[in-house]
Design a binder for this molecule. Structure first.
Ligand code: ZN
Length: 306
């Protein structure tokens, strides 16, 4: 992952969706952009590269991670982004910080009294829950680990079970704004599916000592084994359960990503595309999404249904 959803929200919100230099109106979504809205660019104030390759203004002690955070970004149109990178001597770090701050103050003055503070706060709550979900469920590296974790002799990254359960706790304790019920439902559904799979997985694994967890095949532990057939069948049923869990996990991740793209961050996993498992894109149908939203909404806001 590069820039977090929360930092994108902060940057776009405080810039009023306007270029900090020419104040032309910008859009975050390249697909939905029409002639009147240019695609906005999150320009780095201190350059992105830390490895000695020269990008403009890259000489700084900021870490690579810090360079992708809100305080180091300024929202610009493509023309002004090119201008500050080409003519970097006229646009040093301090000047860009000043341009950004002046612009954000100007936006705040223009919007005084018109901003919906509750909505802004809700957006930040959503953004930080989205970031936590991506991090704890390792969605950014899904294709690197999910196949190994979901099929024959499933091996999981060693911290994944703890991360899955800690995300579930965090979502459990969250105060849900209620403004985007489908997004809320997709998040909770994804966490539930991941937790169910984790609970099943944890029943039959051991630490390999090499950074991942691996299954225990009890039917192979003694020879001759009088319970061989029974234990082998149990093992195979368990392995099938994990595989089914991952198909649902993939399905839930695709729904979650759709909701984030629809309502919070149009660029979310837009480049990576859909999540796949065993070369299949698992998806919930629209009516399954509706039913799940209604069911989860009912448990979150029981009074609203009365
Ligand atoms: Zn501009």
């Amino acid at each position: 992952m590069s820039i977090s959803t929360k930092d994108l929200k902060l940057l776009w919100g405080r810039s009023g969706n306007l270029c900090a230099m020419c104040r032309i109106e910008l859009s975050a979504d390249s697909d939905r952009t029409t002639g009147t809205h240019l695609v906005g660019e999150q320009a780095h104030i201190v350059g992105k590269k830390t490895d000695g390759k020269k990008s403009p203004r890259s000489d700084s002690l900021l870490t690579e991670e810090e360079r992708d955070q809100y305080h180091n970004l300024v929202l610009l149109c493509a023309t002004d982004h090119t201008r500050i990178d080409k003519d970097f001597e006229s646009y040093p770090i301090e000047r860009l910080h000043k341009i950004k701050t002046d612009h954000e103050l100007w936006v705040r003055e223009q919007l005084a009294g018109t901003v919906d503070l509750a909505k802004e706060a809700a957006n930040l709550v959503y953004a930080s829950l989205i970031d936590a979900t991506v991090r704890e469920l390792m969605l950014g590296s899904w294709c690197a680990w999910s196949e190994m974790a979901g099929v024959y002799f499933p091996r999981w990254p060693e911290h994944l079970p703890d991360q899955t359960l800690s995300l579930a706790k965090r979502l459990d304790a969250a105060v849900w704004p209620g403004q985007l019920p489908r997004l809320e439902a997709s998040l909770l559904h994804l966490s539930k599916v991941a937790t169910d799979t984790t609970v099943l997985y944890s029943k039959n694994v051991e630490d390999s000592g090499r950074g991942y967890l691996q299954p225990i095949r009890r039917y192979k532990t003694i020879y001759p084994n009088p319970n061989y057939d029974k234990q082998r069948d149990e093992y195979e049923a368990w392995e099938n359960g994990i595989r089914e869990g991952f198909a649902k996990w993939c399905q839930a991740a695709n729904w979650f990503a759709d909701e984030v793209r629809n309502s919070v961050n149009p660029t979310f996993f837009a480049e990576a595309g859909r999540f796949t498992f065993m070369d299949t894109v698992y998806q919930l149908s629209e009516s399954e999404r509706e039913t799940t939203t209604a069911r989860i909404g009912h448990t979150l806001r029981p009074s609203a249904a009365v």
